[in-house]
Design a protein around this ligand. Structure first.
Ligand code: HEM
Length: 172
């Protein structure tokens, strides 16, 4: 059975790689070129109503952008696991061991938190934005803090995991 399925291994690897591309890059452009820029401009000039209006819009669009990221991530995990079992990979491969430590110890908790902030907290506070301005500001400040803390770590760990998977180095 597994032998028959092995003909599809390259296809699964393609889906894995393509989902990695979507997961790792979809929100980056929006974050760097729209969201962060809009936030800095609005913070610099808090009485400018046009900038405040743009900030609300940017927050709401960003919540939508991450949907694609959050669909791609489970696909990465499922296809990764499929390849792992199909080809008989094991954690004796040092690159894979280090990769899985990063995936399980960092990416999965990060995505769970991100899903909660973007799809539970975000829509909830946006719905009550008119009636609860303080709640909206606090919720958004939390979202911004989260992005600020995780961004440098994500910027290091994503290239590292891709390097490990492509080069497959041995360390010991
Ligand atoms: C966010 C998490 C992940 C990222 C960024 C990632 C990235 C990649 C990349 C870029 C490749 C392609 C390597 C190549 O072209 O040679 C790859 C291959 C692979 N991935 Fe992942 N992966 C992730 C999660 C996982 C998980 C959870 C597993 C298994 C449980 C897994 C198992 C594998 C295996 C076995 C290969 C090797 C395929 C081969 O060379 O035949 N990956 N991964």
């Amino acid at each position: 059975m597994i032998d028959n399925l092995m003909v599809y291994y390259p296809h699964i690897k393609f889906i894995h790689l393509f989902s990695v591309m979507i997961w790792s890059m979809s929100a980056v452009g929006a974050y760097v070129y729209y969201f962060r820029t809009t936030l800095f401009a609005a913070k610099k000039d808090p009485h400018n109503m046009e900038l405040q209006r743009r900030l609300i819009w940017a927050y709401e669009q960003f919540d939508k952008t991450v949907v694609l990221e959050h669909i791609a991530f489970p696909v990465v995990l499922i296809t990764g696991l499929l390849m792992f079992f199909m080809a008989g990979w094991s954690i004796d491969s040092q690159w894979l061991l280090i990769k899985l430590v990063i995936v399980i110890g960092f990416f999965i908790p990060l995505e769970i938190l991100d899903v909660w902030i973007s799809h539970v907290l975000g829509p909830r506070i946006s719905k009550h934005r008119e009636s609860d301005v303080d709640g909206w500001n606090q919720g958004r400040a939390l979202h911004w803090k989260f992005l600020k803390i995780v961004s440098p770590w994500v910027g290091i760990t994503i290239p590292l995991v891709i390097f490990l998977a492509v080069v497959k180095p041995a360390f010991w």
